[in-house]
Design a protein around this ligand. Structure first.
Ligand code: NAP
Length: 279
C-alpha cells in the first residue's frame, strides 16, 4: 500500500516501491512520490494515482500524457505491452510517474492479475478502453451478433471487471472517482437513427451500469460518472471528428479534478458538466 501519511509532508519527498509481478508489467520500477509544487499559499495536496485502461493510443494515450504533465501518477493499462511503443516512450520520459500495466479488460484473469500487481492506492479509474466493432451501416436484418458480444465484453463487462477488481485500491483513496467513457450514441432519448447498433446498445448499458454502481457505492463516498469525451479524431472517431485527442484529454483532466459525489450517477460532457447529455 502507498504510504498515505507521507503525502502530508510539505516540500519533501518519499520514494517507495510498488510490488509488481514482472510478467505483468513491462518495466517494474520505483516511483518517486513528488509532493506537489507550492502555490502562493503552499501545499497543493497529494499527487493522485490514476488508472487508465486502453492507454496505448487514442484518447487513453492522450489522457496518460496530459495527466503526467499535470501532477498525476498514471498506471497505463494496455492489452499488448509488447507493441505499445509510443506508450513505452512516454513511460521512459516520465519514469517516476507512468507505469505500463498489462491489462486486457476482456479477461477476468488479466484484470484480476493487474489488480493484484498493484499494492497501492488508486484515486481515479478511467474506464477508457472501448471498441466500436461495426461499420455503422447495419440493419436489424443483417446485424452481426458477434459485434454485440464483442462490444458488451469490452465496453460493458470490461468496465465492470475493472471496477470490481480495483475497488480495494479505490477504497484506499480519500477522494475516489470512476470515469466511464460513454458516448452520445449511448443516449436513448437522443437516438434518432439506426447506426452502430452494437456500440450504441453497449454504451447505453454502460450508462445503466454507471448509474447502478453510483447508488451502490454512494455510502462509501465513491463518485462514478458516465462521461463523453466529445467526438474525437482517433482510430474510432475518424478524421472528420470535431476535436483532437489532446483537446479532449485536456478537458477530461479538468473534469477529473472537479468531479465529486454531487455529480455521481450523472452523464457528463467532457468538461464535467451535467445537462448536455440525457440518458
Ligand atoms: N473517439 C470518439 O469520438 C469517441 C466518442 C465517444 C466515446 N468514445 C469512447 O472513448 C473511449 C476511447 O476511444 P478512442 O477514440 O480513443 O478509441 P480507439 O482510438 O479505438 O482506442 C481504443 C483503445 O481501447 C483499447 N482496447 C480495446 N479493447 C481492449 C481490451 N480488451 N483491453 C484493453 N484495452 C482495449 C485499445 O487497445 P488496442 O490498441 O490494443 O486495440 C485502444 O487503446 C472508448 O470507450 C470510446 O467508446 C470515443
Amino acid at each position: 500500500m502507498f504510504p498515505r501519511k507521507s503525502f502530508g509532508v510539505r516540500g519533501g519527498g518519499v520514494v517507495f516501491c510498488i510490488g509488481v509481478h514482472s510478467s505483468l508489467v513491462s518495466v517494474s520500477r520505483t516511483f518517486a512520490v513528488r509532493i506537489c509544487p507550492d502555490r502562493s499559499d503552499g501545499y497543493l495536496g497529494p499527487m493522485e494515482n490514476v488508472l487508465i485502461t486502453g492507454a496505448n493510443r487514442g484518447i487513453g494515450y492522450a489522457l496518460a500524457k496530459a495527466l503526467v504533465t499535470t501532477n498525476f501518477r498514471v498506471f497505463a493499462g494496455c492489452r499488448d505491452t509488447e507493441h505499445a511503443v509510443t506508450l513505452e516512450k512516454l513511460s521512459a520520459s516520465h519514469r517516476d510517474l507512468l507505469q505500463v500495466l498489462l491489462l486486457d479488460v476482456s479477461s477476468d484473469e488479466s484484470v484480476a492479475a493487474a489488480a493484484n500487481a498493484l499494492s497501492g492506492r488508486v484515486d481515479v479509474i478511467i474506464n477508457n478502453a472501448g471498441v466500436m466493432p461495426e461499420r455503422g451501416e447495419e440493419k436489424i436484418t443483417n446485424i452481426d451478433f458477434d459485434h454485440f458480444r464483442n462490444a458488451f465484453e469490452i465496453n460493458v463487462l470490461g468496465c465492470a471487471r475493472v471496477i470490481r477488481s480495483f475497488l480495494p485500491h479505490l477504497r484506499r483513496s480519500n477522494r475516489p472517482r470512476i470515469l466511464n467513457l460513454s458516448s452520445g450514441l449511448g443516449s436513448i432519448a437522443e437516438r434518432d437513427n439506426f447506426n452502430y447498433y452494437a456500440y450504441a446498445v453497449s454504451k447505453a448499458a454502460l450508462n445503466m451500469l454507471t448509474r447502478s454502481v453510483a447508488f451502490e457505492l454512494a455510502p462509501e463516498g465513491i463518485t462514478i460518472v458516465a462521461i463523453s469525451p466529445g467526438w474525437v479524431r482517433t482510430d474510432m472517431g475518424g478524421d472528420d471528428a470535431d476535436i483532437s485527442a489532446e483537446e479532449s484529454a485536456e478537458a477530461l483532466v479538468e473534469a477529473i479534478q472537479q468531479i465529486g459525489p454531487n455529480l455521481s450517477g450523472q452523464f457528463l460532457d467532457r468538461f464535467g458538466r451535467a445537462g448536455k447529455y440525457v440518458w
